[in-house]
Ligand binder design. Structure first.
Ligand code: F6R
Length: 619
């Protein structure tokens, strides 16, 4: 949700900023821009549209000199995508430029005050107001005898004290042509440390090609950096805590490689990412799971009498899978809460309620707020998270990393299967702490260990799934139906399809259809029915028949070996046999591929779907 980069060093800044922005484009792609200082000249370039359509062409036609600059790729919040509303924004003097990720909630009031003082604004954005505000504070410090660089940091600090809202920002000023000032509150920002050069970015993907050493800034940190050093001050009461970390993945992991899209690459990575999520976490002797970072004793885990799983989007669907697993294995009551609702709802929680935030990015604003709310109420709050060093990972009392590597496709795929894997292990641990028998524990472990190989065999059906996708790609509506463990997968299949192909799709519990939605079934509305050979098979089959009786086309996701289903469905995609609770791990993959190929067939940009951005850092 908006990406920021900054570079100061000995190299020409613009190509480095452009490359960094390309690596952050999944965070927003409405427009992009850079501000580069050449001596004391401010050079601004900003264009509506995706980076390669606008900014890159402009920089190619007229390159910018200068070894210091900031850049931004935008996901519009205030004001539609346009050249004017693109970042960077200048202050009133035109000597200061600001890029911003977040929302300034009190921008209207500040704008009014500044307009009364004679400021004029060119855009509809809250960011331009912030730029003017910092500029205003800077002007007021002019009488001060200190150097321009010191005054710039001071101006940022004092301006931010007036601001309500969230921000990750980078600021440059022609009076101090060797420094970049960055700050964060609620939006991520990291410093990349190089040799005679330093970087600022919304996430490590943007800098990993240049350096593996990073500092994850904390909320209220304000960093001042030159090519050779960086200093961190804090807007909060505490002094800033600075820790240098090593990035845990290679630059190649953030590349598309031989795949046409990140989404397809990440779908195909799943056998490996599920293996990574399992590695070192199985205790076969005790038929249970073990985790290094929960920071809870077995006695504390044993005391938990309610679990709240809170998340958004695809991670929320993984949470729903987790609910079925935890209730099945451990008989603990589980609530699955949309983080955006949970944060404001006064849900009564038991004394020993454990709250688990599930998030790929670790930066989702609503999930972060949900986690903070749980902690404020005195509950233990864990995180199941992919991005190491992210805000949620750091603020949680403990947690489990997915180790899935960077997920760059805007539609989440490998994070989901890793979340489901980790939740299965966690449910196994909680079950074994209660009454789950050893024999059942071992069955679950064996099924999980077979998962990566089974995923490989599903991926081999890619061409077949593509042909099925081509057959149905012109449909305008889709249903996804499943029961029990298959129901959250139906929701996830529908979300994948709608977000990248723009086809209206609904996920439903298969038996719920007859209570209304069945009115929508007609020969042009395909239903994807999840129908494993499990304890619900006959019941799901009769739900499928009800759809067929209304001439609705059916694509069945069935268990290998079920030959009869081919007579009852128009098309069948088979998944290998597994335990009922492990079915979601396998069944989601054909749905990811189906959505991918439908979107390609319709000419959609699957890695940059319209209106979306990954890592939603606004409310
Ligand atoms: C859908 C998708 C989103 C995210 C949601 C939560 O494909 O990617 O629905 O799942 O925005 O994001 P995280 O997991 O980063 O908190």
């Amino acid at each position: 949700m908006c990406g920021i980069v900054g570079y100061v060093g000995r190299q020409t800044a613009a190509p480095i900023l452009l490359e960094g922005l390309r690596r952050l484009e999944y965070r927003g792609y409405d427009s992009a821009g850079v501000a580069v200082l050449s001596g004391s000249e401010m050079q601004l370039r900003k264009k509506k549209g995706k980076i390669d359509e606008g900014l890159a062409k402009s920089l190619q036609a007229q390159p910018l000199a200068g070894q210091l600059g900031i850049g931004h790729t935008r996901w519009a919040t205030h004001g539609p995508p346009s050249d004017e509303n693109s970042h960077p924004h200048l202050d009133q003097s035109g000597r200061m430029a600001v890029v911003h990720n977040g929302v300034i909630e009190n921008f209207d009031r500040i704008k009014e005050r500044l307009m009364e003082a004679g400021h004029t604004f060119r855009s509809a954005t809250d960011t331009e107001v912030l730029a003017h505000l910092i500029g205003d504070h800077y002007e007021k410090l002019k009488g001060d005898q200190s150097e321009a660089s010191v005054r710039l940091t001071q101006a940022v600090l004092s301006a931010l004290r007036e601001v309500i809202g969230t921000y990750g920002i980078a600021v440059v000023c022609t009076d101090a042509p060797g420094i970049i000032v960055g700050a964060r509150r609620g939006s991520p920002l990291i410093v990349g440390l190089g040799q005679n050069e330093n970087f600022l970015a919304s996430d490590v993907n943007a800098v990993v090609a240049h350096t593996q050493q990073v500092v994850y800034l904390n909320d209220y940190d304000v960093v001042t950096m030159t090519a050779d050093r960086f200093d961190v001050a804090s807007l909060g009461a505490d002094t800033a805590k600075v820790q240098i970390s090593q990035v845990e993945f290679s630059p190649e992991a953030a590349e598309r490689g031989k795949f046409p899209h990140f989404m397809l690459k990440e779908i195909f990575e799943q056998p490996a990412t599920v293996r990574n999520a399992l590695r070192g976490r199985i205790d076969s002797d005790e038929a249970t799971a073990k985790f290094g970072g929960l920071n809870m004793s077995m006695a504390e885990l044993r005391e938990v009498d309610q679990i709240v799983l809170t998340a958004c989007g695809t991670s929320w669907h993984a949470a729903l899978v987790g609910e079925y697993l935890l209730e099945d294995f451990a008989h603990i009551p589980v609530e699955v809460e949309y983080a955006s609702e949970f944060r404001y709802r006064h849900a009564p929680l038991e004394k020993h309620t454990l709250v688990v935030a599930i998030t790929q990015s670790g930066e989702t604003a609503d999930t972060l707020a949900g986690l903070r709310e749980a902690k404020r109420r005195g509950h233990k709050a864990l995180a199941i998270c992919n991005v190491v060093g992210s805000t949620i990972a750091r603020e949680a009392d403990g947690g489990i990393y997915l180790h899935a590597g960077p997920e760059i496709g805007v539609a989440s795929t490998k994070a989901f299967t890793s979340q489901v894997t980790v939740l299965t292990l966690f449910a196994l641990l909680m079950g074994r702490l209660r009454m789950l028998p050893v024999r059942r524990g071992m069955e679950i472990i064996r099924a999980l260990e077979a998962g990566p190989g089974q995923l490989e065999s599903i991926l081999q059906q890619n061409e077949r799934i593509k042909r099925i996708a081509q057959k149905y790609a012109r449909a305008q509506n889709f249903f996804f139906l499943g029961r029990q463990h298959g129901f959250p997968v139906a929701l996830e299949g529908a979300l994948k399809l709608k977000e990248i192909s723009y086809i209206h799709a609904e996920g439903y519990p298969a038996a719920e259809m007859k209570h209304g939605p069945i009115a929508l079934i007609d020969p042009n509305t395909p239903s994807v029915v999840l129908i494993p050979s499990d304890s619900m098979y006959e019941k799901t089959l009769s739900n499928l028949e009800v759809v067929r009786a209304r001439n609705g086309p059916v694509i069945a996701i069935a268990t290998e070996g079920n030959a009869t289903i081919a007579k009852q469905a128009d098309d069948v995609i088979y998944v290998p046999p597994t335990l009922e609770p492990i079915f979601p791990l396998l069944a989601v993959v054909p749905l990811q591929l189906l959505a991918y190929h439908v979107a390609i067939e319709r000419g959609c940009d699957v890695d940059k779907p319209r209106n979306l951005a990954k890592s939603v850092t606004v409310e």
